[in-house]
Every structure is written in C-alpha cells, then in structure tokens.
Unconditional design. Structure first.
Length: 433
C-alpha cells in the first residue's frame, strides 16, 4: 500500500516514544520486584528470619506472578496497555512502600503476593505493544532492545539497594524504589498509546509491507476470543514446548539471581556491596546477550528463533558449569562467570517469549506470552522454597547440580525449533523459513 508522509511521521514518532516509555516503565517494574533479593541479607540479620521464610516468599511471589501474567495477558489483549501497565506499576510501588513499613513474615507474604499480582500487568501490555508496532522481520531486534530493560533495572537495583541498605537500612531499600515506581507509573499513563489502528493508522504489516506479518494479521479471522485462545494457545503443541523450556530457563535465571549473592557471601566472605556488584554483572551480560540474540535471530536466521535458542542453551550449560567447577577462587573470574551466565540466559528468556507471540494469533499475543509465563514463574517458584531446601540438605553442590541439569534439558526441548516456525495455515505444523 502507498503510505503518506503523515502516516510515516506518526509511525516513526510513536514507535520511538512507545519504545522509550515501555523501556523506562519495565525497568522500574524490576526496581519493585528485585529490590527484595538485594535487601534480603540485611533483613535476615535484622529480623532473624530464616532461609526457609525467604524461600517461601519467593515461591509465593513467583506462582502468583505466573498466574497473574496469564490472566492479565487475556485481559490486556482487550484493554488499553497505556493504563493497564501504568496503573500496575503504581500499584506495585505502593505495595513496596507498605512492605518497607512491615516487620512480620505473614505481612511480608501478603504484601509480596499482592506485589506479584500487579507485577503481572507489565509484560502482557509490552508484548501487545511490541507485536502491534513492530513487524515480524524486524521484531527480533526491537524486542531485544526492549528486553534489555530487564537488565537495566536489574543492574541498577542491586547498586541502589546496596547503597540504601548499607547507609539507611533495608526498609529504605524497599520504600525508595516504591516511590520511584509510582512516579514512573504516572509517566506511563501519560506517554503510552494503544495499537496503531486505534490512532487511525494502518497495521504495522500494511505499513511495512511485511508479508510474514500480514499473514499472521490475516490468520484466524472470524474467530472469537475464546476460539482463538483454545486454538492458538491451549492446544498448540509448540506453545507447550516453549512453555516447558521457559520453566527450566527460569529455574536457572532465578537461582542465580536470587541465591547468587548468598552463595558468594557464605562461601567466600565477600561483603554486601561486593556480592551485589557481582550480581550486576549477571544483568550486564544479559543486556548484551539479549541484543545479540534478537539481532542474530533476525539477520542470521530470517526471523526463526530456534537456532539462536539452541546456541544460547549450550552457552547456559557451559557458563553455569564454569562458575561451579572454577579451579581456584578469584573474584574477577567469578564476576566474569556471572556475566557469561547472564549473557546466555537472557537470550532464551527473550526469544522464547517472542516465539510464543509469533506462534500464536495476532490477537492473543498477551495470552500466549502469559501462558508460557505461567511456566516460567513455576520454574522461578521452584528456585524459591524447593531450592532452599536443596541448599539446606545438600549445600551448594546440590544447588549447582539442579541448575546444570536444567540447563542441559533446555537445549533438548528446543530442538524441534531448529529449522522450523509455525505454519500459519496449520497451527500444529511447521514449515521451513
């Protein structure tokens, strides 16, 4: 189709501003999700709560968050992401502020479950915007750019919380990020927008004349939302393969992210600033890994996410094994190992979610990514209380056995995607790209 200069101007303007706003917003979701992990050692020392209590809070959070992502995904497919994401971020900020004023495990549990519910309002809104404003042939790059918001937020929060906790106590490490999230949520409500068609613009497939995108946009027309959900999500075998793979990716990711600082502190005696700095390297590696994975899946494999997923799965296994079996203790090498694990973990973490959206219907991107998100955070919940018990009973050797085996299985589950992508004419078969 012929596109006017006015349409081109609006598309370019809003694609930039929506990406910038989503990026800032999702980074602040991490401020109110991961601050607890980095305040945890100080909370244990101050309140005398146990590793089991900490693991229980993690498990409750991740199970609730996974369910929230799926339910929120179905809701967000039929709502305006501008307010859905913005109000969610405001609410999670408020729960963090209240957490900072609490002292009992039951209060922590109730507030952290509430936080998990509102945290689930971020990802589905972003996946809807990413699939609406960026087309198939370019989406790997843009999704990977947005995905680095995980790492920006994840890298800044341990430094911020480490500073606040060291100088002002763990409570400020919860309250200050909460205040910042409320401010950022108001920014989202101001600057985000809905899909292009709601603004009088053509679809992104029409605007870019992207044939793969147009095929997905035209697929499944005439189906209602329930039929789309059943056909393209719940009975789609490729969505199920991605979901189980996601579960194991999140076992590794969450185990390193949530327990890595305690591992370094207990085994090597590093102080809180040193261990949190090492964890920042995990996020820094993830920042670069996401970009490489997205660019590579677009440019090297024509939009097929499978081969890059396999390469990165092998990298997860090797880098986790390196941290575990390092022949001598050296802080710089340990930081490098955390960097490599982050680099390889965040490739599949990003690509699997994007592949789920692309293997589904255009109007079920939120539900598809939310569905695999349930499994992701089931995996994260397994890295909470269950993994804490493995650490208690089998020490850190048991910890590394679990995540190393998980890393090995990820690659096996992703093998069917090596040279195929979903055939839009038959949701249960694949074709060569």
């Amino acid at each position: 189709m012929t596109v006017s200069k006015d349409i081109n101007h609006k598309y370019h303007y809003w694609r930039f501003h929506i990406m910038l706003t989503m990026y800032v917003g999702y980074a602040f979701f991490y401020f109110t999700r991961k601050n607890f992990n980095y305040a945890m050692p100080a909370m244990i020392a101050d309140l005398g709560i146990s590793k089991g209590d900490i693991g229980l809070l993690g498990t409750l959070f991740y199970i609730t968050y996974g369910l929230s992502k799926f339910i929120s995904g179905m809701v967000s497919d039929n709502s305006n992401p501008r307010y859905f994401m913005g109000l969610g971020l405001i609410a999670t900020g408020v729960t963090n502020i209240l957490f900072g004023f609490s002292s009992s495990v039951p209060a922590f549990a109730a507030l952290w479950v509430a936080n998990a519910i509102f945290q689930g309002w971020g990802w589905p809104a972003c996946s809807k915007l990413l699939t609406s404003w960026y087309s198939r042939s370019e989406r790997g790059f843009w999704w990977s750019v947005w995905n680095t918001a995980h790492n920006t937020g994840g890298a800044l929060i341990p430094i911020l919380v480490g500073y606040l906790t060291f100088h002002h106590g763990w409570r400020q490490g919860m309250i200050i990020p909460g205040i910042l999230a409320v401010i950022a949520g108001l920014f989202l409500c101001w600057r985000l927008r809905d899909r292009p068609v709601t603004m009088g613009l053509p679809t992104v497939g029409q605007w870019r004349n992207d044939q793969l995108e147009l095929e997905q946009e035209n697929d499944g027309q005439g189906l209602n939302q329930r039929e789309i959900l059943v056909k393209y999500v719940l009975t789609n075998k490729y969505i199920w393969l991605l979901a189980v793979s996601y579960l194991l990716v999140y076992v590794v990711r969450t185990a390193i992210n949530d327990w890595g600082n305690l591992y370094l502190q207990e085994n090597f005696g590093y102080d809180l600033m040193a261990v949190n700095t090492a964890l920042s390297m995990f996020e820094a590696g993830g920042f670069i890994g996401s970009l490489v994975a997205g660019w590579g899946s677009d440019k090297l494999f024509g939009g097929n996410r499978g081969p890059m997923n396999i390469i990165f799965a092998i990298g997860i296994f090797l880098s986790v094994a390196s941290l575990w079996l390092m022949p001598f203790v050296q802080y710089t090498l340990q930081c490098a190992a955390f960097f490599c694990i982050g680099f390889f973990v965040f490739g599949p973490q990003m690509l699997i979610g994007m592949a789920a959206a692309e293997c589904s219907h255009k109007d079920s991107a939120g539900a598809a990514t939310g569905f695999v998100g349930i499994f992701a955070y089931l995996g994260a919940s397994l890295a909470g209380y269950p993994l804490s018990q493995i650490i208690v009973n089998f020490e850190w050797t048991g910890f590394f056995v679990v995540i190393t085996v998980s890393a090995a299985i990820i690659g096996l589950l992703l093998l069917p995607f090596l040279s195929s992508q979903l055939d839009r004419h038959d949701e249960n078969t694949c074709i060569k790209t």
